[in-house]
Design a protein around this ligand. Structure first.
Ligand SMILES: [Zn+2]
Length: 176
């Protein structure tokens, strides 16, 4: 599964590219939306309770409620929160799969994408496996509260990417 560090790095890059330099506080407020799906490792069913398509609409629902209550929060922050949730879920979907339609369906969707050169020329593969690999990764095949491991930083390359992401974020919001 993508590590927490990789999700954090992509969130930092995304916010640095979408928000203006003076939006440091909104950027900090949006940061958790790139990570909070993984709270279902502790509450509920991992890769299911907070890793489904319905979760993506929660910030948009909050936007409608805030509008009704005349709370003056800009629409783009809610949309960015939704996009961060969506990015997290689809990234995980390419790493062993997620229960995209939980709780309506208990099928895991493990998306597969490959693009490159083979002896026959350019080749592209896009497919999905339902369910996941039964023997290796039980938790993406059968929804269950157990999680085999939660990497925080999965390797040296991820560490370097995370350092660059933090630098990008700091340079964007503190020195622009
Ligand atoms: Zn996740």
């Amino acid at each position: 599964m993508p590590s927490i560090g990789l999700h954090l790095a992509l969130t930092l890059f995304f916010l640095a590219s979408c928000l203006k330099g003076e939006d440091f506080k909104p950027a900090l407020g949006l940061l958790p939306f790139g990570l909070l799906c993984d709270l279902d490792s502790f509450i509920g069913v991992h890769r299911a309770t907070l890793h489904n398509l319905f979760i993506i609409f929660v910030p948009l629902l909050a936007m409608v409620i805030c509008n009704r209550l005349n709370l003056n929060i800009r629409a783009k922050y809610f949309i960015l929160a939704s996009l961060l949730l969506a990015f997290h879920i689809f990234l995980d979907a390419f790493y062993n799969g997620v229960f995209l339609f939980y709780p309506l369906s208990e099928k895991s969707y493990d998306l597969v994408f490959w693009f490159g050169l083979k002896e026959t020329g350019l080749s592209v593969l896009f497919t999905w496996i339902v369910p996941g690999k039964v023997d290796e990764i039980v938790y993406v095949t059968n929804p269950s509260p157990g999680v085999p491991e939660i990497p925080i930083i999965g390797g040296g390359a991820e560490l370097v990417v995370l350092i660059f992401a933090v630098l990008t974020f700091v340079l964007r919001f503190k020195f622009s």
